[in-house]
Design a protein around this ligand. Structure first.
Ligand SMILES: Nc1ncnc2c1ncn2[C@@H]1O[C@H](COP(=O)(O)OP(=O)(O)O)[C@@H](O)[C@H]1O
Ligand SMILES: O=P(O)(O)OC[C@H]1O[C@](O)(COP(=O)(O)O)[C@@H](O)[C@@H]1O
Ligand SMILES: [Mg+2]
Length: 558
C-alpha cells in the first residue's frame, strides 16, 4: 500500500500555484491563477483527529476546497483534485507512459489522448458579450498515468436505490481496467457502503462480469445508511486499495466526498471516483443520468396499459405513478413521449384538486369530451397535501431520505369520492404502480453505451491521478466534475422552462398557477436568506420556477 507523506501545509495548500507548476502537474502551462475559497489547509481541517473513532457524523462533506482556475475573458475552470495537490513529487509519485499507446485498438486513433488544457463549457448558449464562464476538465485518457498496471488495486461499490445500468457500469469498469490498463486486481464490495466493513468482497474479472449487463439490479447488492467514514477508509487502507469507484446517487456522492477528504487527510495515494446514479435524474450539472432513458421507455408500457384500460370502459381513468422523489423528470419525459397522457403531476408544480383551475374541474371537462383520460403522477407530487390530510409523521429511510406516502392511492380515493359526491357518477379508475418494475429492468441499448463511456472515463481519470470527482456528460462531452458541484443542489424540472411549457401544450392540462404566482414566488425567494432550504436545496435561482407550496392557502380549496 502506498502511504505517501502529505506536502507540508505551510508550503503547498490548494491556494499555492506552485502546486500546479511541477513537472508532473496535470494542469495547463498557461498563465492561469489558481485559488481556493478556503484558507484552511488539509491538515488544519481536523485538528484533533483520531482515525479509528470518527464516523461520518464528525466528517462532513462541507469541508471541500474548491480548486478554481481563472483565465482570460472570464474563463473559470472548476477543477478536480489531483494526487499532486497533496502528495509531493519527492515522495515517489511517479508517472508512467499510458499503456494505451501500445494498444492496437487505440493506436490508430488520431489524437487519442486528451490535451491537458481541454475543458468542457457549462454554458453553450452565448451572446456576443458573454463571458467564457464555468468549465470542467475534459474526461479521457492522458498521456501519462500515475499507476503501473500491477500496482492498481481497485474496488467497486454500488449504493442507494436500484437503477437500470448498474451492472453495465460495473462490467465496463472491470473490462476497462483489464483491457485498457492491464490492471487485474479488482474487488467488488458487497451491499453498499457498509460492505466495506461488514460484508464480504468478491473478486471481479472480465469473465465474472461478462453477462451481467443483461441483468437488472446490481450483482454487488446495495443498501441505504451505513456510511461510517473512518471504518470505510480503514478498510480501504487495510486492504491496500488505491482506486475506489463509487456508483450511487446524491447521498452516495456526499458520502464519497467525505471519503475523499479523509483519504486526502491521511495522505493516501487512493483515487476516489464517483459515477452518478439516479433513476430520478436529480443530479445537477450532468446532462442526464444513466438508466433514465430506460426508465422513460419502460414507463411507456404502464402508460399504454393505463390508456387501454381507460378507453375500454365508460368514464375510464388510468392513473400511473412513476418514480421521482423531488424531481419529476421521468413523469415529464414519459408524458411527452407517450402523447396519451392528459395530465402530468410532478413535485415541482404544486397542484390543487377543487375549484376553478383545479384537477377535478379539468377531469370533468376531459371525461365529458373524451369519455376517458390518463393521469401520470410522480411519487413526490402533492406530498404536502397528503401530509396535511393524513397527519403523518416525518419518517425517514436509513439514509435520511424522507419516506413518502403513496400519492397514487391517496389521489385515487380523492378522485372517486369527488365524482361520487358531486356528480353521483361512478368513474372506473385503474391505478397502476409500476415503479419497482421500471427500476429493476436491465438498461436499454442507449443507456448501455452511455454506461460504457461513464465507466471508461472514470477509469481514465483515476489512472491519470485525478481524485475526488464524479464523471458525467456536460453538453454532450464527458467531464470530471468536483463532488461539491453535484451534491450542493438537486436537479429539478424548471417549470418556467420551455420543456414544461411543451408538456402543458401537449396535454392541455391546467398549469395550476398563473405567471403572477411564479413571479411573486421568485421575488419571495430572493428576499429569503441564502441558508433557507427546501428539501435541503438552496432557494433562489437554482430552483428556477420551482414553486413553493403553501398547504394552508390550498386547504381553503381542497
Ligand atoms: N450526507 C451524507 N454523508 C455521508 N453519507 C451519506 C450522506 N447521505 C447519504 N449517504 C450514504 O450514501 C448511501 C446512499 O444514499 P441514499 O440517499 O440512500 O441513495 P442515493 O445515493 O442513491 O441518493 C447510504 O449508504 C448513505 O448512508
Ligand atoms: O424503496 P427504496 O428502495 O428506498 O427506493 C425508493 C426511492 O428510490 C428512488 O428510485 C431513487 O432514489 P435514489 O436514487 O436516491 O436511491 C426514488 O425514486 C424512490 O423514492
Ligand atoms: Mg438520492
Amino acid at each position: 500500500m502506498d502511504l505517501i507523506t502529505k506536502k507540508s501545509s505551510s508550503t503547498h495548500t490548494n491556494s499555492d500555484p506552485v502546486a500546479f507548476s511541477s513537472s508532473s502537474s496535470p494542469t495547463s502551462k498557461n498563465s492561469f491563477t489558481v485559488s481556493s475559497t478556503s484558507a484552511l489547509s488539509c491538515a488544519n481541517m481536523y485538528p484533533s483527529f483520531n482515525s479509528r473513532s470518527l464516523s461520518s457524523k464528525n466528517l462532513t462533506a462541507s469541508k471541500f476546497q474548491p480548486k478554481i482556475v481563472k483565465g482570460d475573458g472570464g474563463y473559470v475552470l472548476e477543477d478536480v483534485p489531483h494526487f499532486t495537490d497533496y502528495i509531493s513529487a519527492d515522495d515517489d509519485l511517479r508517472t508512467y507512459p499510458n499503456p494505451l499507446q501500445d494498444n492496437p485498438a487505440y493506436a490508430v486513433v488520431k489524437q487519442y489522448f486528451v490535451d491537458v488544457d481541454d475543458t468542457v463549457a457549462q454554458q453553450t448558449v452565448q451572446t456576443r458579450t458573454s463571458e467564457r464562464g464555468i468549465h470542467f476538465r475534459r474526461a479521457g485518457p492522458r498521456e501519462k498515468v500515475y499507476f503501473e498496471s500491477d500496482e492498481v488495486h481497485a474496488c467497486i461499490v454500488t449504493c442507494g436505490g436500484l437503477c437500470p445500468g448498474l451492472n453495465t457500469v460495473i462490467r465496463e469498469i472491470v473490462c476497462g481496467l483489464y483491457h485498457m490498463y492491464g490492471a487485474t486486481r479488482i474487488l467488488g464490495i458487497e451491499g453498499g457502503y457498509r460492505g466495506f466493513y461488514a460484508r464480504n468482497t468478491v473478486p471481479l474479472t472480465p469473465k465474472v462480469v461478462n453477462d451481467i449487463h443483461k441483468r437488472g439490479g446490481t450483482i454487488l447488492g446495495t443498501s441505504r445508511g451505513g456510511h461510517d467514514t473512518s471504518k470505510i477508509v480503514d478498510s480501504i487502507q487495510d486492504r491496500g486499495i488505491n482506486q475506489v469507484y463509487i456508483i450511487g446517487g446524491d447521498g452516495t456522492q456526499k458520502g464519497a466526498s467525505v471519503i475523499y477528504e479523509e483519504i486526502k487527510r491521511r495522505g493516501l495515494k487512493v483515487a476516489v471516483v464517483g459515477i452518478p446514479k439516479t433513476i430520478d435524474n436529480d443530479i445537477a450539472i450532468i446532462d442526464r443520468s444513466f438508466g433514465f432513458d430506460t426508465a422513460v421507455e419502460e414507463a411507456q408500457r404502464a402508460i399504454n396499459a393505463a390508456h387501454v384500460e381507460s378507453e375500454s370502459i365508460e368514464n375510464g381513468v388510468g392513473l400511473v405513478k412513476l418514480m421521482g422523489r423531488h424531481s419529476g423528470f421521468i413523469a415529464m419525459y414519459a408524458t411527452l413521449a407517450s402523447r396519451d397522457v392528459d395530465c402530468c403531476l410532478i413535485p415541482e408544480s404544486p397542484f390543487y384538486l377543487e375549484g376553478p383551475g383545479g384537477l377535478f374541474e379539468y377531469m370533468e371537462k376531459r371525461l365529458k369530451e373524451n369519455g376517458h383520460m390518463v393521469i401520470v403522477i410522480a411519487e413526490g407530487a402533492g406530498q404536502e397535501m397528503l401530509t396535511e390530510s393524513m397527519r403523518s409523521m416525518d419518517q425517514q429511510d436509513a439514509s435520511g431520505n424522507k419516506l413518502l406516502q403513496d400519492v397514487g392511492l391517496w389521489i385515487s380515493q380523492r378522485i372517486k369520492d369527488h365524482f361520487k359526491r358531486r356528480h353521483k357518477m361512478v368513474i372506473n379508475l385503474k391505478y397502476i404502480d409500476p415503479t419497482y418494475m421500471i427500476r429493476a429492468v436491465p438498461s436499454n441499448a442507449s443507456d448501455n453505451v452511455y454506461c460504457t463511456l461513464l465507466a471508461q472515463s472514470a477509469v481514465h481519470g483515476a489512472m491519470a491521478g485525478y481524485t475526488g470527482f464524479i464523471v458525467g456528460p456536460v453538453n454532450g462531452r464527458h467531464a470530471y466534475i468536483p463532488f461539491y458541484r453535484v451534491t450542493e443542489k438537486q436537479n429539478n424540472v424548471v417549470i418556467t422552462d420551455r420543456m414544461w411549457a411543451r408538456l402543458l401544450s401537449s396535454t392541455h392540462q391546467p398549469s395550476f398557477s398563473s405567471l403572477n404566482d411564479i413571479v411573486e414566488e421568485k421575488e419571495d425567494e430572493k428576499q429569503e436568506p441564502a441558508t433557507t432550504t427546501k428539501n435541503n436545496l438552496p432557494n433562489g435561482l437554482q430552483n428556477g420556477g420551482y414553486l413553493k407550496f403553501n398547504p394552508i392557502s390550498l386547504n381553503r380549496i381542497v
